[in-house]
Design a binder for this molecule. Sequence first.
Ligand code: ADP
Ligand code: TRP
Length: 321
Amino acid sequence: MRILSGIQPSGSLHLGNYFGMMKKMIDYQEHDDLFCFIANYHAMTSVHEGKALAQGTLEAAANFLALGMDPEKSTFWVQSDVPEVQELAWFLSNFTPMGLLERCHSYKDKINKGIAANHGLFAYPVLMSADILMFNSEKVPVGKDQKQHVEVTRDIATKINNEYGEIFTIPEPDIDDEVATVPGLDGQKMSKSYGNTIDLFQDEKKLRKQIMRIVTDATAVEEPKDPDTCNVFQIYRLFLDKEQQHALRQRYQAGGMGYGEVKQELFETVRDYFVPFTERRNAILADKEQLHKTLDHGAQKARYAASKVLRKIRKKSGMAY
Ligand code: ADP
Ligand code: TRP
């Protein structure tokens, strides 16, 4: 099955990104036809500083590769290295009702937060639709917050298929309920914009500090605690199999376990889990020439796949004259 997703290179990565999207993508490579990219055009909607965006792009790519993205098993590239996607976005724009975009939560949330409305922000879902439709994607792994954008993609694609015949594959969002929303330190969705993240690649001290900041209630050490309402448990369980989750649940319910103790365990678990990845990431970032080669190779594969869809569209739309 053709699976596609992208991640923005804006800011450091956190556990929400990892469990909500990256880990799933990496696991898919084994049995599926995986397309994965760094969405640097999308990141322009929030980052206008060129140097920072370039550096963020390289780091995001290195992170993905270190975590297990294999550029031989998958197609892995940087969005702007495949400019065909912009051409498709324009084509899609002409079939995208204003109302469809006006209803997007993510756009409305940003505007409500006081971010100035501009066309990039408004047209964001159209570009995302181009990413998805360009490569005949069947399944799109994303966090819950991106579900509506995949629905927009489906609407646009269906409209065009009705007018022009079957050009596009209609994609399905792929959202895993277990990890649909990874909670942050305060129990809200973990997100860069809420400042409540546990970041993936950082030194031990900072990691421990973040974990110790997880908000807990005032239940005394000796009292039983409810794992289902505990932010520490909700994060910890992502690292545990069913049996381990059950055992931890019992320790909560038995009483006698303090939040400090379980936070310390969570810290050690997260640290140990990411140590090998951190070493690999540093090695990848130290060899920029090789990293560029890997990304060029991915872009070539992606451009080849894009050219087939684009040829059809140019013909149907009259752009090939
Ligand atoms: P952020 O909210 O920190 O800005 P992004 O919007 O860049 O994160 O998200 C990148 C990817 O990670 C998306 O697929 C998104 O749905 C997923 N993701 C982000 N935060 C979470 C979370 N807390 N739980 C699950 N998935 C998440
Ligand atoms: N909008 C997505 C996010 O912020 C990133 C993205 C861009 C994407 N294009 C995509 C995800 C295509 C899936 C498919 O997380």
